[in-house]
Design a protein around this ligand. Structure first.
Ligand code: NAD
Length: 503
């Protein structure tokens, strides 16, 4: 059995815990590898390595740190095909989608290539008589990222791209479901340094694990900040525990994104957009669109008819099938959870228009496939509406008016993304201003902000104050130091016993 090891101090490091996690091939259902799960002591050893490396790394000037990012981007692009295949083989998403996963992460690396500009401080000449005030952004030290299974390339790069470019060293604790791509990224990062004649050992470390290593991160005194992405209950726990230990924490959680369809929307486009956003990547995206809210009966009836026809054209296949729209879900347990929610929806009284359960693929009967499902008549009181299903299940909640539709995503416990489909600019503008959700799409079904903006939901979709990537990421991974300087000439001034002012 292939073993996936930690990557510490620039090299593979065999684990000592004797504990492992199974890594499946979701297409076949087989266990294809096992990943080592770290102990608290192993996590500590990695942190010590990162702390030693940080002093030297922070002293490298920002332009040279940016050059590492340029070279890393070049290497990831040169290895795109192999990385995408590796990613698909553990996650199950189709190859084109894996390339998108890597590409969206690389865009944050592109942003990090401009880090010298982003790190510049502020300066006020003559803030008082002979006094200048200036500020600088300094790295925090050792920081950590804990990432989910669904974007094993993009989300680690959201975090370490910026954290490292500003002068921190990094401990990445990736999902134990698909841990190989994060290790490969760390290897390429070392290679990027070596190609530039730099030794980057200890700058980016990968420690695999479960709750034991997460707790070790949250309690480690040398780790100054923790970035987490995953499900909401764990995000909340990470936020509470990390901040109680004096750390900066940003913890992104689950989602239940709604797509509102106004009567004037272009339904041909809406159906295509909804299909991709609800079923793409088997619905395992935090910015998927699993809830559609048509306004008015006519819109709802027409949309339902077209969706049923569209769903019939979807091809579910193995992740290497270029013609497949989506592949298997990540584990058998997750497949069972999704199918459990479908049954719950039926029991709660929603109408199951298309049933994706019991789907099998010839030759891959043990794969974790789930066909597309469509519910109509879903009500806000239903548990299947209130909770995140994270599978290829689209739920239709009918609304009578714009106000009723607007209230649905606004009142939901999650507030990650939302979309509105309309040709009416005024309605769209009003919606964007009033909806109680962090990321809004106007005729854009998956409004993931570009890398130089920032990513973050509201309510139970994110705990903490600062978003991922863009300038928000730079702020999260740096602290501001402000200097007030005077170069006096002549007599020594008297002591002042009142608060100094710039009179
Ligand atoms: P998860 O919460 O199960 O795991 C996330 C991380 O937490 C993993 O590294 C895992 O090892 C660790 N973990 C798991 N159980 C833990 C525990 N009891 N204590 C401490 N750590 C633990 O999430 P997942 O299933 O890997 O990912 C899917 C979830 O992530 C969905 O809810 C999805 O919406 C969310 N997500 C959110 C965003 C966002 O930006 N808001 C992006 C992607 C995914």
């Amino acid at each position: 059995m292939r073993e996936i090891t930690h990557f510490i101090d620039g090299a593979a490091k065999a684990g000592a815990s004797g504990r492992f996690g199974d890594v499946f091939n979701p297409n076949t259902g087989e266990v294809q590898a096992r990943v080592q799960l770290a102990t608290t002591a192993e996590l500590d050893a990695a942190v010590q390595v990162a702390a030693r490396a940080q002093v030297e790394w922070a002293a490298v000037n920002p332009q040279r740190r940016a050059r590492v990012m340029f070279e890393f981007k070049r290497l990831v692009e040169a290895n795109m095909d192999a990385l995408a295949h590796l990613l698909s083989s553990e996650h199950g998403k189709v190859i084109a989608d894996s390339k998108g996963d890597i590409q969206r992460g690389l865009e944050v690396i592109e942003f990090a290539c401009g880090i010298p500009h982003a790190l510049k401080g502020e300066y006020t000449e003559g803030a008082g008589p002979g006094i200048d005030v200036y500020s600088m952004r300094q790295p925090l030290g050792v920081v950590a990222g804990i990432t989910p299974f669904n974007f094993p390339a993009m989300i680690p790069m959201w975090m370490f791209g910026i954290a490292i470019a500003v002068g921190n060293t990094f401990i990445l604790k990736p999902s134990e479901r698909d841990p190989s791509v994060p290790v490969r990224l760390a290897e390429l990062f070392m290679e990027a340094g070596a190609n530039l004649g730099m030794d980057l050992k200890g700058v980016l470390n990968v420690v695999h694990g479960d709750k034991v290593s997460v707790d070790a991160i949250l309690e480690h005194p040398l780790i100054r900040a923790v970035s987490f992405v995953g499900s909401s209950d764990i995000a909340h726990y990470v936020y509470l525990t990390g901040t109680a230990n004096g750390k900066r924490v940003q913890a992104m959680g689950g989602a239940k994104n709604h797509g509102l369809v106004l009567p004037d929307a272009d339904l041909d486009q809406v159906v295509k957009d909804l299909s991709g956003a609800a079923f793409g990547s088997a619905g395992e995206r935090c910015m998927a669109l699993p809830v559609v809210v048509p306004v008015g009966k006519k819109t709802a009836d027409e949309l339902r008819e077209r969706l049923v026809a569209e769903i019939a054209t979807l091809k579910v296949g193995v992740s290497t099938d270029a013609a497949a729209h989506y592949g298997p879900v990540v584990t058998a347990a997750h497949k069972a959870k999704i199918e459990g929610y479908i049954q719950m929806g039926v029991d709660e009284g929603a109408e199951l228009v298309v049933d994706g359960r019991g789907f099998t693929l010839q030759g891959y009967e043990k794969g974790f496939f789930v066909g597309p499902s469509l519910f109509d008549g879903v009500k806000p009181t239903m548990k299947t509406y209130q909770e995140e299903i994270f599978g290829p299940v689209l739920q239709m909640v009918r609304a009578e008016s714009f106000e009723e539709a607007l209230a649905l995503p606004s009142n939901h416990q999650y507030g990650n993304g939302v979309a509105i489909f309309t040709r009416n600019g005024r309605a769209a503008r009003e919606f964007a201003a009033r909806v109680n959700v962090g990321m809004v799409g106007i005729n854009v079904p998956i409004p993931v902000p570009v890398a130089y903006h920032s990513f973050g939901g509201w309510k139970r979709s994110a705990f903490g104050d600062v978003n991922q990537h863009g300038m928000e990421g730079v702020r999260f991974y740096t602290k501001v130091k402000t200097i007030t300087a005077r170069w006096p000439e002549g007599d020594v001034a008297d002591s002042a016993f009142v608060i100094p002012t710039m009179k």
